[in-house]
Design a protein around this ligand. Structure first.
Ligand code: NAD
Length: 353
């Protein structure tokens, strides 16, 4: 594979290959764009089938982070790292510290955090080698679990969708179907119930679902039936790829707005939502609360500040919906990317001055 060709295709600034024999570390750090600030993005550990798969994944994910930070209005660029290996078998203190040393060599151009296959504990090992890490525990001066902040942002996003699609300022009496009652899904359901919405939820973990039901008084359906629930808002808070050929035929909602990453399986499914008159809140915009939360850690964490910054998700979505409405050829997802690029370009021009 031609690496520079892959970098040019997505406009990457820098890719760093990290090799440390004694710990077995093989990692790739991708810095996509630092126009707006240092590249921030988590480190994913995964047993990639090939080096090529790992490279493509890190290039794709780091570019996504540039857009996410830009739309969220943060002074951050996009970056990501991958460690090739099985997190259950290959992870060790030495491996994470070796990775931390490579992050340190970049002098703050890349800031790391936890991601799939890595956790808060791993970040503590990274912290032993570099201060360019966020998402560490409260005990280490970090922000801890981002889920309540992410859920707050999703809740504000749902309010924006309801204002745009249903011309309503209150969620009172609206019916929301929440797929996944995990860390984000639970907090989201709580906001919704506290504000008078009717919530139907589901979770693969039946014990968890029953617990949330008894605490919040929500209705439950089996996980396989969630797409069939007639509702105003469908909120995917479990996993990606849920908007696909199967679910499209079944969904009976007016809005899709949830925390899960990469909700739309393929681009054509995004267009199909428009054709069906379903308003889609781009996932990387509405779930930015997690990123906003760790961003707030950089200058000393303050939960109140993180929540106030999440309020901006409301106006940002309204702006995205306006752009999408003004051009029938583009989806709300495209409109969000337009907004992200506009901000980067405007700051880039400013720097030339
Ligand atoms: P979590 O693991 O705490 O919760 C996910 C829940 O979904 C689990 O309880 C799981 O049992 C359930 N689930 C999985 N597959 C399901 C299915 N098919 N049907 C029903 N339930 C199912 O994760 P989380 O932190 O709440 O994150 C939820 C989603 O939001 C993820 O896609 C995550 O990537 C995304 N996200 C999370 C944050 C955050 O701050 N935690 C930030 C941005 C994006």
């Amino acid at each position: 594979m031609l690496i520079f060709e892959q970098m040019e295709r997505r406009n990457h600034e820098q890719v760093v290959f990290c090799n440390e024999e004694s710990s077995g570390l093989r990692a790739i750090i991708a810095i996509h764009d630092t126009t707006l600030g240092p590249a921030l993005g988590g480190v994913r550990m995964y047993p990639y089938a090939s080096e090529e798969d790992a490279l493509i994944d890190v290039l794709r994910l780091s570019k996504g982070m540039t857009y996410k930070a830009s739309v969220a209005g943060l002074n951050l660029g996009g970056g990501k790292a991958v460690i090739i290996g099985d997190p259950k078998k290959d992870k060790s203190e030495a491996l994470m510290r070796a990775f931390g040393r490579f992050v340190e060599t970049l002098g703050g151009r890349y800031i790391t955090a936890e991601d799939v296959g890595t956790d808060v504990r791993d970040m503590e090992y990274v912290l032993a080698e570099t201060r360019h890490v966020v998402g560490v525990s409260v005990a280490h001066g970090g922000s801890g679990d981002p889920s309540p902040v992410t859920a707050y942002g999703v809740w504000r996003g749902i309010q924006a969708c309801v204002a745009a699609a249903l011309e309503r300022t209150s969620l009172e009496g609206l019916h929301v179907a929440v797929q996944g009652l995990g860390k984000v899904g639970y907090w989201l359901a709580k906001h919704l119930v506290d504000n008078g919405a009717r919530v139907t939820g589901c979770d693969l973990d039946q014990e968890r679902a029953a617990q949330v039901q008894s605490e919040l008084g929500i209705e439950l359906v089996p996980p396989e039936s969630i797409f069939d629930v007639p509702c105003d808002v469908f909120s995917p808070c479990a996993m990606g790829g849920v908007i696909n050929d199967d679910s499209l035929e079944r969904l009976q909602c007016k809005i899709i707005a949830g925390a899960a990453n990469n909700q739309i399986a393929e681009e054509r499914h995004g267009r199909a939502l428009e054709e069906r008159g379903i308003l889609y809140a781009p996932d990387f915009v509405i779930n930015a609360g997690g990123l906003i939360n760790v961003y707030c850690e950089i200058d000393g964490y303050d939960r109140e500040r993180a929540l106030r910054m999440c309020d901006a998700i409301y106006d940002k979505l309204l702006e995205i919906f306006r752009i999408a409405r003004s051009d029938p050829a583009i989806t709300t997802h495209d409109a969000a990317q337009v907004l992200a690029r506009r901000r980067i370009e405007s700051v880039r021009r400013l720097r030339r001055l």
